[in-house]
Design a binder for this molecule. Structure first.
Ligand SMILES: [Zn+2]
Ligand SMILES: [Zn+2]
Length: 387
C-alpha cells in the first residue's frame, strides 16, 4: 500500500497542495493557529478523533481499530522560523520575515497524508496517535505537550518522528541506535565595568577588553576540560557593547550556545563557564552576571525502535545508511525521554544545489513526500498488524 498506488492518486497531489498552503502561510512558535486549523479540519474529514489545544496549538488525532491495546505515536512539527524567504518558489511565504526554512510544512503534510491512508486500512488492530506539535524551534512545544499530559491522555508504546535532511540524497534514511541530536543550552554573560573617554581608558574599567578575555577563556572549556572522546560545543555568537568609537561603555554582553550529549559534560560546561566568567571579570576589575539555560536534552533513539524503522524503510526500498549524529538539537527529545521511540532523517537532497535547513533559500523537497508517507503507513501497519 503506497501513496503512489492508483487508489491514492489524488492524495499525493492533495498532500503537495497542503504543503504549499502551509509554506505560503508560515507561523512562528505557539502561533500556529491557521496551521493547526488546517491540520485538525483535515483529520476530522478523514474520520479521526481529533483533540485540539494541547500546548496551545497542538493537535492529536487518534485512530483506533480492533481490540488490541497496542499503540504508537507519529509526531510532526508545525512551526516556521523568523527568516525572510529568498527561495524564489511560486509558493513562497506571504508573511514578511517568516518562512518554513526547516521543512516542518513537509513533515506536517506527510503525517496528514499518512493519517488519511491509515484511516482507510481495513486490517489494523490497535491505536495510532498522530501528534502535531507547535514550537519545535527553540521554544520546546514538544516539552509542553509532554508536561500537559500528552502520553497520559494518549498512551503510546513507542513514538516516532522524521526530519527531512537536505544533506543526504533523496531515497536514503538514517535511523541510528542511540544518539541522533545533541542537548543544548544558551547563555548570556553581562560584563559590568565603568565607562570612560576612549582616550583615557585608565579612568574607567574596560568591559570590552574583559569581554574579549572571557571569549578567549571560554575556548578552553572544550579543549582543556572535556574528555577529548566526548562531544561538546561552546559557541559565542553575539557580542554587544558600546555606541561609538571614542567612548568605553559601562557594559558589554556576550551571548551564545552550548551543545553536549553526556549530562556530565553539560554540567562541566556550565560549571566552568560560571567560574571563568566570574574570575576573569574580577581579574579585570569588572563584574560578570551569567544567565545560563539548559534547553533541550539529547535526542536518543531506543535501539529496538530504530531497528524497526530501518527494517520498514528497507521494505519500502529506502536505502538505509549510517551517518554520524549531529550537534544540532531537537525537542522530540522530550517525547523520547517519556516513551521509547525513534527519530529519523529522511534524505531530501536534490541534484545540484541544496540550501541547508534554516537557509533563506531552502524549500522542502516535495519529491520525498511519498517516501515519508509510505514510511509512516508501513510502520503503522507493522506495529498494528492484526495477529
Ligand atoms: Zn529547524
Ligand atoms: Zn526542523
Amino acid at each position: 500500500m503506497s501513496i503512489t498506488d492508483s487508489g491514492h492518486a489524488d492524495l499525493l497531489a492533495e498532500a503537495v497542495s497542503w504543503r504549499h498552503q502551509l509554506h505560503r502561510h508560515p507561523e512562528l512558535a505557539f502561533g500556529e493557529r491557521r496551521t493547526s486549523e488546517l491540520v485538525a479540519s483535515q483529520l476530522e474529514r478523514f474520520g479521526l478523533k481529533v483533540h485540539r489545544g494541547l500546548a496551545g496549538t497542538g493537535v492529536v488525532a487518534t485512530l483506533s481499530r480492533g481490540s488490541s491495546r497496542r499503540s504508537i505515536g507519529i509526531r510532526a512539527d508545525m512551526d516556521a522560523l523568523p527568516i525572510r524567504e529568498e527561495s524564489g518558489a511560486a509558493h513562497a511565504s506571504t508573511v514578511p520575515g517568516v518562512m518554513h526554512a526547516c521543512g516542518h510544512d513537509g513533515h506536517t503534510a506527510i503525517a496528514l497524508a499518512a493519517a488519511r491512508i491509515c484511516a482507510s486500512l481495513p486490517d489494523l488492530d490497535g491505536t495510532v496517535h498522530f501528534i502535531f506539535q507547535p514550537a519545535e524551534e527553540n521554544e520546546g512545544g514538544g516539552r509542553r505537550m509532554v508536561e500537559e499530559g500528552l502520553f497520559a491522555s494518549f498512551p503510546c508504546d513507542s513514538v516516532y518522528a522524521l526530519h527531512n535532511w537536505p544533506g543526504l540524497p533523496a531515497g536514503t534514511c538514517v535511523a541510528r541506535d542511540g544518539p541522533m541530536m545533541a542537548a543544548f543550552g544558551t547563555f548570556e554573560i553581562g560584563i559590568r565595568g565603568r565607562g570612560a573617554h576612549g582616550a583615557m581608558p585608565h579612568a574607567g574599567t574596560d568591559a570590552i577588553v574583559t569581554a574579549a578575555q572571557i571569549v578567549s577563556a571560554l575556548q578552553s572549556i572544550v579543549s582543556r576540560n572535556i574528555d577529548p572522546l566526548q562531544s561538546a560545543v561552546v559557541s559565542v555568537t553575539q557580542i554587544r557593547g558600546g555606541d561609538t568609537w571614542n567612548v568605553l561603555p559601562d557594559e558589554c554582553i556576550i551571548r551564545g550556545t552550548t551543545r553536549w550529549y553526556d549530562e556530565r559534560v553539560g554540567d562541566c560546561i556550565e560549571e566552568r563557564m560560571t567560574r571563568l566568567a566570574n574570575s576573569v571579570a574580577a581579574g579585570f576589575g569588572c563584574t560578570a552576571s551569567l544567565r545560563y539555560e539548559r534547553r533541550y536534552p539529547a535526542t536518543i533513539n531506543d535501539p529496538a525502535s530504530a531497528r524497526l524503522v530501518r527494517e520498514v524503510a528497507g521494505e519500502i526500498r529506502l536505502s538505509v545508511i549510517d551517518s554520524p549524529p549531529t550537534m544540532g538539537a531537537e525537542d522530540f527529545a522530550y517525547m523520547l525521554r517519556a516513551v521509547p521511540g525513534c527519530y529519523l532523517w529522511l534524505g531530501a537532497g536534490r541534484l545540484g544545489e541544496n540550501p541547508g535547513l534554516h537557509s533563506a533559500r531552502y524549500d522542502f523537497n516535495d519529491d520525498v513526500l511519498p517516501a515519508g508517507v509510505d514510511l509512516w503507513v508501513s510502520l503503522v501497519r507493522r506495529c498494528l498488524a492484526r495477529a
